[in-house]
Write a protein of this length. Structure first.
Length: 399
C-alpha cells in the first residue's frame, strides 16, 4: 500500500496583499449592522430618497423598447446615448466635453483602479491630500505606489507645499477631492484650484480630480473643476459618479481624460470587466432627463440633516472639540481634545448603539488620533439627535 503523500504548499499570495489592509469603514459597518445602531460611520446615501419609481420606469422603458441592445454586450467605452447625455451635462457645468472624451466605469472606484493600472509602476510616487479618501489609498497601495501626503488646512492642500513635493519627489500624479472632500467635507477655494493647476503645468504632473459629491451643494456657489483652469486640460483626469445622486447599486461612474490616457484606461477596463452593464447604462441615460429634479429634492433633505448634526455637536462632543461646517457633501470632520483616541474609544461608544469612523485610517502621513468622521445624510434629524445623545454618553463612559 502506497503511503499518503503530504500535499505541497501552494504558492503565496501576491506580496501587495500583505501590505494593503481592508477598509476599516467596511469593517465598522459589518460590526454595527444591527438595526438599533445609529450609524454615522458609513458614506451611504439615504435609501428612502432613492427614486425607485423613476429608476424602475427607466428600466422598464429600456427593456420594452430596446431589449436586445440592453441585454447584449456593449462597447468598453460605454453606451453612446449615456456618454452623449453625460457630455452635455458636464459641458453645461462649465467644462466643454464631447462624448468621446468620456469612459463609463463600474463606479468611480473602478476609474481609480483603471488609472492606477494605466499610470503607475511599482515604486512610483503618488501625492495625496492629508487626510485622504481611504479607498484611494487602497488602490495606490495595491498598485505598489509610494504614497506621500501633502500638508493641508481647512481649505485643502497647501499649493506651495504641493509644488515643493512635486519638485523633490517627482510624482506621477496628485489625487484630490477638491469639493466636499471625503473624509473632511472641506472645499478647495477657486484660487487654490488655480494654483494646483499651475503646479501641474509648471512641473509636469497628472491631476486626478475626483468629484463624487459636487452636486450635493447646500450653501455657496458652484466652483469650477480644476480641469477647466488654463493649461490643466491635457493633464487632468476628472472622475464622476452616479452613486450619490442616483443610486450606488447601479455602480455607474465615469472618467474624462486626454485621449492617450483614456485609451490606456479602456484597455485596462477590457481586461477587468469588458464593459459596464449595458442595461444600467441605458436606464441611466433615460433617467438623466429627470435627474436634476431628483437631486434638488435630495439637496433639500440632506441640507436639513447637515444642520441637525451641526446643531447638536456642541452638546455631544467633549469641551474643547472642534469641527467644520461643510457647504455640501456628506461628512463633518471633528477633532476631540488631545487626550482622546477615537480608535481606542470606538468599541465603548458602539456599546451605546452609535458609531463613527475614526480619523486615523484616512492619513497617508502621521495620523491624528483625535479625529473622527461623521456622515449626516443617512439618518433623519430626529435620529441624528438621538445618535448624538448616545455619542455623548459613549464618549463620556469611555473616558
Amino acid at each position: 500500500m502506497t503511503a499518503a503523500v503530504a500535499p505541497a504548499p501552494l504558492p503565496p499570495l501576491a506580496a501587495r496583499t500583505a501590505t494593503v489592509g481592508g477598509s476599516p469603514v467596511r469593517d465598522i459597518l459589518a460590526v454595527t449592522a444591527r438595526p438599533e445602531v445609529i450609524n454615522f460611520a458609513g458614506g451611504l446615501p439615504a435609501p428612502e430618497l432613492f427614486d425607485r419609481e423613476g429608476i424602475a420606469a427607466a428600466f422598464r422603458d429600456v427593456l420594452e423598447h430596446t431589449p436586445a441592445q440592453a441585454l447584449q454586450y456593449s462597447t468598453t467605452e460605454g453606451e453612446p446615448s449615456l456618454r452623449a447625455a453625460l457630455a452635455d451635462r458636464v459641458t453645461r457645468r462649465g467644462l466643454p466635453t464631447g462624448a468621446d472624451d468620456l469612459l463609463i466605469t463600474t463606479g468611480s472606484q473602478q476609474a481609480l483602479s483603471l488609472l492606477a493600472t494605466a499610470l503607475l509602476d511599482p515604486g512610483d510616487t503618488v501625492l495625496v491630500e492629508d487626510p485622504c479618501y481611504l479607498a484611494a489609498l487602497q488602490v495606490f497601495g495595491l498598485a505598489g505606489a509610494r504614497v506621500v501626503a501633502v500638508p493641508a488646512d481647512a481649505d485643502g492642500v497647501d499649493p506651495q507645499a504641493l509644488a515643493d513635493l512635486v519638485a523633490r519627489e517627482r510624482p506621477k500624479l496628485f489625487y484630490t477631492v477638491p469639493t466636499f472632500q471625503n473624509p473632511t467635507g472641506r472645499t478647495m477655494p477657486a484660487e487654490r484650484r488655480a494654483a494646483v493647476a499651475s503646479v501641474a503645468v509648471t512641473h509636469g504632473l497628472w491631476i486626478v480630480e475626483d468629484d463624487p459629491y459636487g452636486e450635493l451643494r447646500y450653501d455657496g456657489d458652484h466652483l469650477p473643476w480644476i480641469a477647466s483652469y488654463e493649461g490643466a486640460a491635457d493633464r487632468t483626469v476628472l472622475l464622476g459618479s452616479f452613486s450619490k445622486v442616483m443610486a450606488p447599486g447601479l455602480r455607474l461612474g465615469w472618467l474624462r481624460a486626454p485621449a492617450a490616457l483614456r485609451r490606456a484606461c479602456a484597455v485596462a477596463k477590457q481586461a477587468a470587466d469588458l464593459h459596464t452593464p449595458t442595461l444600467n447604462q441605458l436606464a441611466a441615460a433615460r433617467y438623466l432627463d429627470v435627474l436634476d429634479s431628483h437631486v434638488a429634492t435630495v439637496r433639500a433633505v440632506y441640507g436639513e440633516r447637515r444642520d441637525a448634526l451641526l446643531a447638536g455637536l456642541s452638546a455631544a462632543l467633549p469641551q474643547g472639540s472642534t469641527w467644520n461646517r461643510p457647504e455640501g457633501g456628506m461628512f463633518v470632520w471633528a477633532r476631540l481634545p488631545d487626550s482622546y483616541d477615537t480608535t481606542a474609544l470606538l468599541p465603548e461608544v458602539v456599546k451605546h448603539d452609535v458609531a463613527y469612523v475614526p480619523g486615523a485610517p484616512f492619513y497617508a502621513g502621521t495620523p491624528d488620533p483625535a479625529t473622527l468622521r461623521l456622515c449626516f445624510v443617512t439618518q433623519t434629524p430626529d435620529e441624528i439627535a438621538e445618535g448624538l445623545r448616545r455619542l455623548a454618553r459613549g464618549l463620556g463612559a469611555a473616558q
